[in-house]
Design a protein around this ligand. Structure first.
Ligand SMILES: Nc1nc2c(c(=O)[nH]1)N[C@H]1C(S)=C(S)[C@@H](COP(=O)(O)O)O[C@H]1N2
Ligand SMILES: [Mo]
Length: 371
């Protein structure tokens, strides 16, 4: 029996719902549309910004945005520590702070382009955004609490609750202790210099640079140091690269290398096909990777590849801008872009399917009509 169906047969409530996780060859479902309107993507033209304005940054919320009264809110740090700590927002704002630009991307980005299509949030390519996150380094607070020698992981629990895979839960994810003690992992209370918006985790969220977005737990309520690996749903069942429902799979961690292009010209309202005039045009975009620096972006014009010019990113885990001039001649063309990072990883031309539709970083293709 599959991991998902074994969960659902035990929980009658789940059987009333459409079956998430089962891949579909059919048209988009009402449930996918419902998720898509709650969780919007970043319009590709916003790739022009170094920093994504909060209203354009992508959003992924599993359950409801919790209502948190910041006056009475506090963060608990406990588990395998010498001294458990409780901090309110005032205390956090008084602690040492860092500000760091980070490109976040949802692990499910690209999912709806897979065939068959895993049923979940139906991202196309725009589940990404870059913001400056300001807050307290997690390592500072963990060190204050005194992590015990036998600690292996740290689990972060959000205030949001719901049901997934038939299991009632609060959203929770863990990090290996080594990752949690990285100097750039931040407990953020500001986004692009402003108070965190409700949808991005107010009053406090974790930001793990370089990891897919699920690691960056929002609406933090507690942090617990563990001496055994965390076995919560979002760790052991969701966010795994699986061949099929029975495959335990491997955990989703670092962001895979990807480049995206600002679609040139203007869109057709309904099809969003691009139209542009013949002549010179600057093709631009951004590229990023959690596995190392972006080393190369190539742009394909009708399948012929040429290197784009790269700019330095603002920080190791922030996207970098790229550009390449093109003289567009009349007719139909296909534009694409492809990044390679310093680990040697390069975006695949064809999709690599997996059961949950995770980490699909196949190259973007844009059809343009030049008039
Ligand atoms: N508490 C909580 N944290 C969460 C989530 C959630 O549903 N609840 N979604 C995660 C996922 S899957 C992603 S991709 C990022 C999205 O962050 P953003 O909405 O600020 O872009 O938040 C992560 N943190
Ligand atoms: Mo995500």
């Amino acid at each position: 029996m599959s991991r998902h169906s074994s969960l659902t047969t035990r929980r009658p409530a789940e059987r009333l719902a459409p079956h998430p996780g089962e891949p579909s060859h059919g048209p988009l479902t009402a449930e996918e549309l419902q998720l898509a309107v709650r969780n919007h993507s970043m319009p590709l033209e916003a790739l022009r910004n170094d920093l994504t304005p909060p209203g354009l940054h992508y959003l992924l919320n599993h359950f409801d945005i919790p209502f948190i009264d910041a006056e009475h809110w506090h963060l608990r740090i406990g588990g395998a520590v010498e001294r458990a700590v409780e901090l309110n927002l005032k205390a956090l704002r008084r602690a040492p702070r860092i500000s760091i630009p980070v490109t976040l991307e949802c692990a499910g980005n690209g999912r709806s382009l897979l065939r068959p299509r895993p049923l979940s949030q139906p991202w196309r390519l725009e589940g990404v955004g870059t913001a400056v996150w300001t807050g307290v380094p997690l390592a500072y607070l963990l060190t204050q609490a005194g992590v015990q020698d036998d600690a292996v992981e740290v689990v972060f629990t959000g205030a949001d609750a719901g049901i997934q895979g038939g299991i009632r839960q609060q959203f929770a994810r863990s990090l290996p202790i080594g990752e949690a003690l990285r100097p750039d992992v931040v407990l953020a209370y500001r986004m692009n210099g402003m108070e965190l918006p409700p949808q991005h985790g107010y009053p406090l969220r974790l930001v793990v640079p370089g990891w897919y977005g699920m690691a960056s737990v929002k609406w933090l309520s507690s942090i617990k140091v563990l001496t055994k690996p965390f076995d919560g749903f979002q760790q052991q069942v969701a966010y795994r690269y699986q061949h099929d429902a029975d495959d335990p799979g491997t955990p989703v961690t670092w962001i895979r290398v990807r480049a995206l292009m600002v679609p040139p010209g203007v869109p057709d309202f309904f099809t969003r096909g691009r139209v542009l005039p013949a002549g010179p045009v600057m093709l631009t975009g951004r590229a990023w990777s959690g596995h190392g620096a972006v080393e190369r972006v190539e742009v394909g014009i009708d399948g012929k590849w040429a290197p784009a010019q790269l700019q330095h990113p603002a920080a190791p885990f922030a996207w970098c801008a790229w550009s390449i001039p093109w003289v567009a001649d009349r007719g139909e063309h296909e534009l694409s872009c492809r990044a390679t990072d310093s680990s040697g990883a390069r975006q695949p031309l064809e999709q690599v399917w997996n059961y949950q539709g995770m980490g699909n970083n196949a190259v973007q293709r844009i059809k343009v009509t030049v008039e």
